[in-house]
Design a protein around this ligand. Sequence first.
Ligand code: ARG
Length: 472
Amino acid sequence: MNLRAGRLKTGMSDEAAEYNSSLEFDRVIFEADIKCNFAHTLMLKEEGIIDSQIADNILCALNKLEEEGYDALVFDPSVEDVHMAIENYVTDQIGPEAGFMHTAKSRNDQVATDIRLVLREKINEVQIGILEFIEGLVELAGEHLETVMIGYTHLQHAQPITIAHHLMAHAQALKRDYQRLDDCYKRVNLNPLGSAAMTTTSFPINRELTTKLLGFDAYLENSMDGVSSRDFVSETVFDLSALMSTLAKICEELILWNTYEFGIVEIDDEYSSTSSIMPQKKNPDIAELARAKSTVVTGELMTILSILKAIPYTYNKDLQEITPHLWNAIEVSQATLSIVTKMYLSVKFNKERCLELAGSNFATATDLADIMVREKSIPFRQAHKIVGRIVNEATASGLSEGDITSEYIDNIATKLGFDSLGLNDELVSKALNPLENIKMRTVLGGPSPEMVNIARDNLKLFLNEEFEKKGI
Ligand code: ARG
């Protein structure tokens, strides 16, 4: 069937036809388009809109095509997209009566339906990937509840933490990335089919039936909106950008931690490369690429939003140009999520180096000030001043945490015009010891092993519930 034979005198020039075609990326919606045609034809039959025997012939041909796959389609130059190629296939199988399957249906509502059908599967797959990463992090955290490391603010030593607490921070960010997609799914899983070109049809179609047949939660309630809205696409790609930003941050950190200077982790050889000239090099290429690929997804989001913003209602061909950017965003995100999960969960932490970093540079100074407040009722600001001076002088004279005694503290406090504090030496050394320091942080959400375990338990419950919803 040549769609142009009625209205148009000539075919498109080859160049224009190629420019106009969506076939390059329509492969992604091939199965969905068969499903969509199937549901629509079945509905037409059920409602008595088309002859039952003809409908059965169409359904039969569609089934055959599903079995034979994409390569069974013929793409002659008159074929603009997968929808026409499928209709041509059915026509070749059963003759011109195939044309009845297009009753009360336009490619406009069809493509919107197809994209939604594929996208909901893809969202599901990405979500499962996120759950698996979280699961791995929760497990790994269990091995590092007391493994001390340094936490940073401004990339300066701030306060001691455990590796477990740090891993769980990533897990929480990933949980939000997951939940965002969950929410977006609700707006993806809606049925535009039946909107036809833009105003539905005068045939008595049953949109509730196609909604049910295609497993949508509901039908879209405005036919103009049905064919022209793609905010479900930009929303999904925003969610993917947010996920990619989480992954990029994780990778950025790994790259730093993996340096000679930090020496906190070693990335497995499987995820590293070497230099063609410097034989000693072990480069974190995968983490670097993942960091860069997050920009690709953000770029796709910008492209999609920019195409969308200036399209007058309803369908315009601009919408076709959005779709490949959606598929690319998904492909890049899935590949990145998969490799980053594997790379991260195989990283080796250098525990000695972690402890060394946490125990130097006075990262426990806040707690020294805290015991002055607690034990001696000194206002925190004054304690802050005394401890600041202690750190200043100790650093200048090459002393470290272990050298700070009650006597040393009093010496400085009196120099600053305060009374002697007479702190208990044991308390001082406990406050300055990184692990003891962490163990004192028993506030909900804090890094003490018991609190991290509570957070782990909560996440395990979340994982169980969500895996179950996904049928895993
Ligand atoms: N390939 C088109 C797309 O992706 C299908 C819809 C074509 N509709 C039309 N009126 N030309 O948007």
